[in-house]
Design a protein around this ligand. Structure first.
Ligand code: COA
Length: 279
């Protein structure tokens, strides 16, 4: 099935109030295979034109949930799961340089892993996620549904990259090439992190967050229909700003507001240098 036909079939079946399972299963299967091969993506970069979001991919995945039935899944000797039969776990890609280290990781069907990816356990890479070449997914990291992770990104321990399926969101989270996502960070609600940015440990980015740029003396926020965008090579650390209103002031209340303290320099490169032997 070509990508064009696949899209047409997904759109046709997803528009039905009760899509017939027997007709939908081969389409969902073809979609998952195309996603795993990286031929179809929930969003893709267009050189010089930013990102194009393919919302039909999300509709196709949701179609899989609609027509799937819950089934027992046993992975002897200890694992016992129950999930939609349309979205079983997938194995590691049959590529010599991809490593999925034993210990409780799940790669769900429809997830793409590029060459040289290392996944430390436990991690969860959800359906539709795209994990680019040479990415390190460290322990307790989540790569949410349809999230797009560029090449050579480091997702540190506990980093949470939100998905697009729930809560319902239109835009997948996008992390471009060469970004370092520090330990315990959270990137949610379609946030776009531009190439080379560094998120210090504990930074949380959502549509509601105001990011204060001390270098360029500006603020970054999500606006209607557009995600929060972190500029290229920005170094973002956790920060706070006073909550508005007299009461908040009287009680010394602050809201979290990530701060761009600098743009990446040699010192940052040293602080974020990664151990090549681990890859
Ligand atoms: C952001 C980071 C890379 C530091 O980058 P850097 O370029 O060396 O930053 P600098 O030391 O030049 O700091 C610039 C300013 O930001 C502040 N700053 C730096 N990191 C900060 C942090 N994490 N939280 C709060 N402030 C921070 C510094 O105090 C400094 O402020 P000042 O100019 O007022 O003194 C580092 O703090 C960090 O968070 N690394 C990720 C660690 C991690 O999660 N590792 C996981 C591996 S599994």
């Amino acid at each position: 099935m070509t990508a064009f036909n696949l899209r047409a079939e997904v759109e046709r079946l997803a528009a039905l109030p009760s899509p017939p399972r027997d007709l939908a299963l081969p389409v969902v299967e073809a979609l998952l295979e195309a996603l795993e091969r990286g031929e179809v993506r929930a969003a893709e970069p267009r050189p010089g034109k930013g990102w194009t979001v393919h919302s039909w991919v999300k509709r196709g995945i949701l179609l899989g949930f609609r027509v799937g039935v819950n089934t027992e899944v046993h992975v002897p000797p200890v694992f016992h799961f129950r999930d939609r039969d349309t979205f079983p776990a997938r194995g590691a890609p049959p590529s010599d340089d991809v490593r999925v280290v034993p210990g409780g990781t799940t790669l769900r069907r429809g997830a793409f892993l590029g060459p040289g990816v290392v996944v430390m356990p436990p991690a969860f890479v959800n359906v539709g996620a795209y994990v680019g070449e040479g990415v390190m997914v460290d322990s307790h990291a989540l790569v949410g549904s349809c999230a797009q992770i560029g090449s050579r990104v480091h997702l540190s321990a506990g980093a949470q990259i939100g998905g697009v399926l729930e809560p319902v969101g239109a835009l997948p989270v996008i992390v471009e090439d060469d970004v370092l996502v520090g330990g315990g960070c959270g990137i949610f609600e379609g946030t776009l992190v531009r190439a080379g940015a560094v998120l210090g440990a504990g930074v949380v980015l959502t549509r509601a967050v105001t990011v204060v740029d001390l270098v360029r003396q500006s603020v970054h926020r999500a606006v209607r229909g557009m995600p929060l965008v972190i500029p290229e090579r920005a170094v973002v650390v956790p920060g706070a700003r006073p909550a508005s209103g007299e009461f908040a002031r009287a009680h010394g209340v602050f809201l979290q507001a990530p701060v761009i303290v600098k743009y990446r320099d040699d010192k940052t490169d040293v602080a974020t240098a990664l151990e090549g032997w681990l890859r």
